[in-house]
Design a protein around this ligand. Structure first.
Ligand SMILES: [Zn+2]
Length: 512
């Protein structure tokens, strides 16, 4: 079996588990489906909430950023001012024979492996001709290359007289609420605001499963700072963090070489634009590691000048290596300068400067912005892929304990009334402490362990024949299959500590 075949099988195995057990599946299946939309099932939905919860813990609770929640429907003037109406485009072409549509850079990547992002429309058209690229569906000739605005259009009111769009990013309302937000932040710079919610992008031809969605969950943060002082008060806490960079000049030379630097070195050597950017790249890497993604699967790729969004002066993509999809962008870090505040100020006629209190004399500044912007759906897929483990005929999801959708499972060893009764009362007790546990009494104990392993349940609790005598049960750990015995009365507390990694498994009870 060659490597590619192995990979393909692994992807199919993961998607089989995802659909069969309820992580993710394509939406609207009953009506033939619609590319670019996925449902998160009974296991995927809680797991996604846990990723979001961790993100909030990192960015809102620990980093102290403010949180905002705004409508996803956005009136046109907002997105006209932000430049999205004119610039939020992808380059597309259509087949002259079967009229299938293609996003040009993706088509080229699939057909030739080349990355032509950043080329002009004309250059792309010439490239397609030169390489004699035809329609992958029917081999027909491709038409001209043109720009397509990827925002979903809608309208407000019964007469539909106010044009609007589904938001392409969550950032814009943070900019237009700036005056309120900076007062709430008591005008201290830098300060940041986050927003977690749905974003929409009418992708031309999404063909990469859950990686290319038309409706997705984003978690964004806009960090406002005085352009004369882009320092971060906690930079020293992450400055030694080692990061792997792929700067744009290396990409232009077609060099695959990554440069490993600490955040401090990247700042001092001018690889990244300022201290806030260096801080947030290092902070983001720590966040991904907390999700269980391995360090060597993370890199930062600088976007090429022609590839950057219209508002950005420097953008780093944080990418995670996927066996199926190659390097997958899971977050982008854009230096948006004062572009957005300046546009909204001009367009609305409102002063969006702030009087800083950082200096003795104080001064008025139009803040600059560094923006960490995450997708939440892609990391979820990457986590599943990296967690999938085959070991000695056993397969299990090696999820971080605090990301596992089902946290514990309770089994009676055999179908006996006494054991079942104790099992159900244990379940009730555990559930009431906030642990998401389930009860399973169907099939052999071996099959039940296998079912639990397949979806990454970290701990299985078994009620056996000793339980009625001494009020103890066994806990089995997923990764090692080791077992310990604990008293039923200690179970909720012990499980909590285990799930939060506050104690080692061997120390949590008597080894079996
Ligand atoms: Zn065709």
């Amino acid at each position: 079996m060659d490597g590619e075949q192995l990979t393909k099988d692994k992807y199919e195995k993961i998607m089989d588990i995802a659909k069969r057990r309820g992580f993710i599946w394509p939406s609207f299946e009953l009506y033939g489906g619609a590319a670019g939309f996925y449902d998160f099932g009974p296991l995927g939905a809680p797991m996604k909430k846990k990723i979001i919860q961790k993100w909030r813990q990192h960015y809102v609770v620990e980093e102290g950023l403010l949180e905002l929640e705004s409508p996803t429907i956005t009136p046109e003037p907002v997105l006209k001012a932000s430049g999205h109406v004119d610039h939020f485009t992808d380059v597309m072409t259509e087949c002259k024979k079967c009229s299938a549509s293609f996003e040009v850079t993706e088509l080229v990547k699939e057909e030739t492996g080349d990355d032509i992002e950043g080329l002009s429309k004309n250059e792309m058209e010439n490239y397609l001709k030169e390489k004699k690229i035809t329609c992958p569906e029917c081999d027909g000739k491709l038409g001209e290359v043109y720009e397509f605005n990827t925002m979903f259009r809608t309208a407000i009111g019964p007469k539909e007289d106010r044009k609007a769009y589904l938001r392409p990013e969550t950032a814009q309302t943070i900019f237009i609420d700036f005056n309120r937000l900076q007062r709430i932040a008591r005008r201290k710079l830098p300060f940041g605001v986050t927003q977690i919610g749905r974003g929409y992008r009418n992708e031309i031809s999404p063909r990469r499963g859950v990686i290319r969605l038309r409706e997705f969950t984003m978690a964004e943060a806009e960090i406002f700072f005085d352009p004369d002082d882009p320092s971060h008060p906690k930079f020293s806490q992450v400055s030694d963090e080692k990061l792997r960079f792929w700067p744009s000049e290396n990409q232009e030379e077609k060099s695959r070489e990554l440069t490993e630097k600490t955040a401090r070195e990247a700042l001092d050597e001018g690889i990244v634009c300022n201290e806030l950017m260096a801080y947030h790249l290092a902070y983001a890497k720590k966040f991904l590691i907390s999700l269980g993604l391995p360090e060597d699967s993370i890199r930062f790729r600088e976007q090429l000048p022609g590839e950057r969004a219209h508002y950005s002066q420097e953008t780093w993509d944080m990418e995670v290596k996927s066996e199926k999809f190659g390097w997958v962008e899971v977050a982008g870090f854009a230096y948006r300068t004062d572009y957005d505040l300046s546009q909204h100020s001009k367009s609305s006629g409102t002063d969006l400067t702030v009087f800083t209190q950082n200096d003795d004399d104080g001064k008025k500044v139009l803040c600059h912005v560094v923006e960490p912007s995450y997708g939440i759906d892609r990391p979820l897929y990457c986590i599943l892929e990296h967690a999938y483990t085959e070991d000695d005929g056993r397969n299990y999801l090696k999820l971080k304990k605090d990301l596992a959708p089902i946290e514990a499972q309770v089994f009676p060893l055999v179908a006996e009334e006494e054991l079942e009764k104790i099992g159900k009362s244990i379940l009730k007790k555990i559930n009431s402490t906030g642990i998401f546990a389930e009860y399973d009494d169907s099939g052999s104990i071996g099959r039940r362990y296998a079912r639990a392993d397949e979806v990454g349940v970290p701990f299985c609790i078994t009620v056996d024949h000793r339980t009625p005598d001494d009020s103890t049960v066994t806990i089995r750990e997923r990764d090692t299959t080791d077992q310990i015995r604990v008293k039923i009365e200690d179970l909720p507390k012990t499980l909590c500590k285990l799930l939060n990694s506050e104690i080692e498994f061997e120390q949590a009870g008597e080894k079996v």
